[in-house]
Design a binder for this molecule. Structure first.
Ligand code: NAG
Ligand code: NAG
Ligand code: NAG
Length: 321
């Protein structure tokens, strides 16, 4: 009953600002800290017939809870605004999440809006204005399209299956996994902690053959699809705070459909928690803010009420916009 479009979700990380024991030369690094972060989630286009009566765009509540669990508030970002309006929103938020779903990654409104924010984030980070982006499932696929400037996706179907990660040698020195206890890193490679719900992805070969992807991202993990293809499952920007997972960390704590292989073991829950905390920690490094408390309050997702959707989708609750 749930659509196959149920393919994406999001995540979190944690910044290594003070935990790197690198000696700071002459001047102290007064890294900015914003303890009241607000992270934007780009709404997703409704494609599933059973969801159409409720609205044109949506966000599964699991992504919202995931971000909130890391210590952030969430604003939903609609797909119908002008470029100027997105530029204005960008100045107020401390990070952005591209969630899963089903949309054309080059021609849809979702792709149009994502491209605007991606360009803003590149420019901001280049100018020292730290701004993190997280992509889950289709959101990660979208990041690869934005970075490569072309759609490199092929069939890497892994639909409704939980798997361990095949970590690369770069995983240990990554920012995403840096705060993970050793036992969890080990569990990650041995236990099925990552839920996969996708048909497309970037193969390891495509990634390694593409200069843009290879120079932009570190490859942190791979997996094998149902058709035998080796696909990219976790990436992080080498210099930009952009992160992507082909799998769904939010389901581990916030989705419960028994027909879907959502990992709920203690390690699976810990993985989801640590990634959420990681991403929000990244968001705390952004000093963007709303013009005033009233504007902030009226922008937050708290004005919206999710509906119960557990009886007609694979999600427990959905926000519609
Ligand atoms: C893990 O990745 C390595 C290359 O990094 C590859 O040779 C190996 O076949 C992969 N194994 C699995 C189980 O995915
Ligand atoms: C992808 O490949 C699998 C396994 O070979 C096949 O069953 C599936 O129909 C293909 N999916 C798409 C979207 O082409
Ligand atoms: C799902 O449950 C809600 C609330 O209990 C109910 O109003 C709705 O009709 C149900 N939808 C379907 C498709 O069964």
């Amino acid at each position: 009953m749930f659509s196959t479009g149920f393919s994406t979700y999001l995540c979190l990380f944690f910044a290594c600002c003070f935990c790197c024991s690198r000696a700071m030369p002459t001047k102290l690094n007064h890294e900015a800290v914003n303890d009241r972060p607000v992270i934007g989630i780009l709404t997703q286009i409704v494609t599933d017939d059973v969801m159409k009566p409720f609205g044109k765009t949506y966000i599964p509540a699991s992504y919202v809870k995931y971000i909130e669990s890391g210590g952030s508030r969430v604003i939903p970002i609609r797909l119908t605004l002008t470029t100027a309006e997105y530029e204005n929103i960008f100045k107020k938020i401390n990070g952005l999440v591209f969630i899963g779903g089903a949309a054309d990654l080059e021609t849809s409104e979702f792709a149009r809006v994502a491209r605007i924010f991606y360009q803003l984030a590149l420019t901001a980070n280049d100018a020292g204005d730290f701004f993190p982006i997280w992509g889950t499932c289709m959101g990660m696929q979208l990041l690869t399209v934005l970075v490569a400037g072309e759609n490199l996706l092929t069939n890497t179907t892994a639909e409704n299956i939980a798997m361990p990660l095949n970590l690369t040698t770069e995983a240990d020195s990554s920012r995403m996994f840096k705060g993970f206890p050793h036992r969890l890193m080990k569990a990650l490679t041995q236990e099925p902690l990552t839920g996969n719900f996708h048909n497309y992805g970037v193969t390891v070969k495509t990634f390694q053959d593409n200069d843009k992807l290879k120079s932009f991202f570190s490859l942190l993990s791979t997996n094998i699809a149902e058709n035998g293809a080796h696909f990219v499952s976790t990436i992080e920007g080498k210099t930009y705070p952009f992160y992507g997972v082909q799998w769904h960390p939010e389901v581990n704590r916030f989705q419960w459909d028994k027909n879907l292989n959502f990992p709920h073991s203690p390690h699976a829950v810990e993985l989801s928690s640590l990634l959420a905390e990681f991403f929000v920690k990244e968001g705390r490094r952004s000093l963007h803010q709303f013009d005033n408390p009233e504007e902030e309050a009226s922008s937050l997702i708290y004005s919206y009420t999710p509906i119960y959707a557990g009886n007609f989708t694979g999600y427990e609750q959905l926000y519609f916009f």
